[in-house]
Write a protein that binds this ligand. Structure first.
Ligand SMILES: *Cc1c(COP(=O)(O)O)cnc(C)c1O
Length: 395
């Protein structure tokens, strides 16, 4: 048989991690990697964080799973905590980001259905967006590489240019249910939307009774130095999808909504077998124990500034290779003057793990628990690797 037992949908590289500790990953044969990719913004507390590990261990010994047919003291407690910390009045727990976005899309459609406007079922979305790999979430983007071969796609999405308010407002018509947007595009190349743009969307939604849906699967949960990026922008969405960092590595996502936005999500309209199980709730609580306080968030902002300025100072030494730094907090992107994928491959061979993104950007998404020494270790390692790097076309 030619096909591999693991369905060959990923171009898996030679790194084969079996153990992790803080910012370090260890391979099968003891190879050591500096991990500033964090499972793509997932391992917020680094690898093997004692508080998260202990919370999962203790909960596993107590109760792992029960059906959502029963009452959930664990789910109620985490939902209440999230409600207290955010714009939301209600929370649906999922196991992944795409499922959280799915729930957000359903909530937006159902809002208008419940208001007697079932024809208002089209979300305006944005070029180069990434919302996940399910049928609905690939339908919500224009990225051909995600959609190729999966027709027919789901109806009800209209894609317009990112960060262009005229284009976004011009796309509104009688079928519009609202906007679905990553306030900071992750996969698309660490592209923060402008403040004016998001405020413009908020205003249009208020005036025309549309839902503003934020996909904060990558930029949420303290990554920007704010618990959610909407706080950085100074506006609140009606519906928000969160995942990745919220479980610190345990599969957990959530769809947050205001009471008004969730008016259609009544008994029987949605569900999940695993969503919100006690083990996931324990992981989510443990992550919030660490990140959801003003001191921690201020530290993330300060560390983000230090890392950014260290990178900016390094750029002139490698001006043939690096262009600029972008992003917010510890969600940073280093824009290259050449193919970012080739450079990420080179870094890996030098023992540094980062992730490529669109627009020749290298994503720098360290654990939020890094310290000053980790920042120095990373920037020194990156600089040394860049010194040795030969551009593919110059090779
Ligand atoms: C990763 C990501 C998703 C999908 O999350 P999964 O857990 O892989 O389903 C959705 N939206 C954004 C912005 C993401 O970065």
């Amino acid at each position: 048989m030619a096909i591999t037992p693991l369905m060959p949908v990923y171009p898996r590289c030679e790194v084969r991690p079996v153990r992790g500790e803080g910012i370090w990953l260890y391979g099968e044969n003891g190879e050591k990697y500096l991990d500033f990719a964090s499972g793509i913004a997932v391992n917020l507390l680094g690898h093997g964080h004692p508080h998260l590990t202990k919370a999962i261990q203790q909960q596993a010994e107590t109760l792992i799973h029960v059906s959502n047919l029963y009452g959930s003291p664990q789910g109620e407690a985490l939902a209440q905590r999230i409600v207290d910390l955010t714009f939301a009045d209600t929370v649906f727990f999922t196991n992944s980001g795409a499922e959280a976005v799915e729930c957000a899309i359903k909530t937006a459609r159902r809002y208008h259905h419940a208001g007697g406007n079932p024809h208002k079922n089209e979300l305006i979305t944005f070029k180069n967006a990434f919302h996940g790999r399910t049928m609905a979430t690939i339908s919500a983007t224009d990225q051909e590489k995600l959609r190729d071969g999966f027709a027919p796609l789901l109806e009800g999405f209209k894609v317009v240019e990112f960060d262009n308010l005229d284009a976004a407002l011009g796309a509104i018509d009688g079928r519009s249910s609202g906007f679905l947007i990553e306030p900071i595009q992750g996969e698309g190349g660490i592209r923060p939307a402008s403040r004016e743009f998001l405020h413009g969307l908020r205003k249009a939604c208020d005036e025309q009774d549309l839902m503003l849906v934020f996909d904060e699967v990558q930029c949420g949960v303290a990554r920007t130095g704010h618990l959610y990026a909407y706080e950085y922008y100074g506006i609140a969405p009606d519906i928000l999808a969160t995942a990745k960092g919220i479980g610190g590595g345990f599969p957990l996502g959530a769809c947050l909504a205001t009471e008004k936005a969730a008016r259609g999500m009544v008994i029987g309209t949605h569900g999940s077998t695993y969503g919100g199980n006690p083990l996931a709730m324990a992981a989510g609580q443990a992550v919030l124990d660490v990140v959801a306080n003003d001191e921690f968030l201020a530290e993330v902002r300060a560390k983000g500034e230090r890392l950014r300025s260290a990178l900016e100072q390094m750029i002139p030494n490698h001006s043939h290779l690096f262009d600029s730094v972008r992003g917010v907090g510890l969600m940073l992107g280093l824009k290259l003057k050449s193919d970012s994928r080739a450079f990420v491959n080179w870094l890996r061979s030098e023992g540094i793990l980062l992730v490529a993104a669109g627009e020749n950007v290298v994503r720098i998404l360290p654990p939020l628990t890094i310290d000053e020494a980790d920042i120095r270790t990373f920037v020194d390692g990156l600089s040394a690797a860049a010194d040795k790097y030969r551009l593919p076309d110059a090779a």
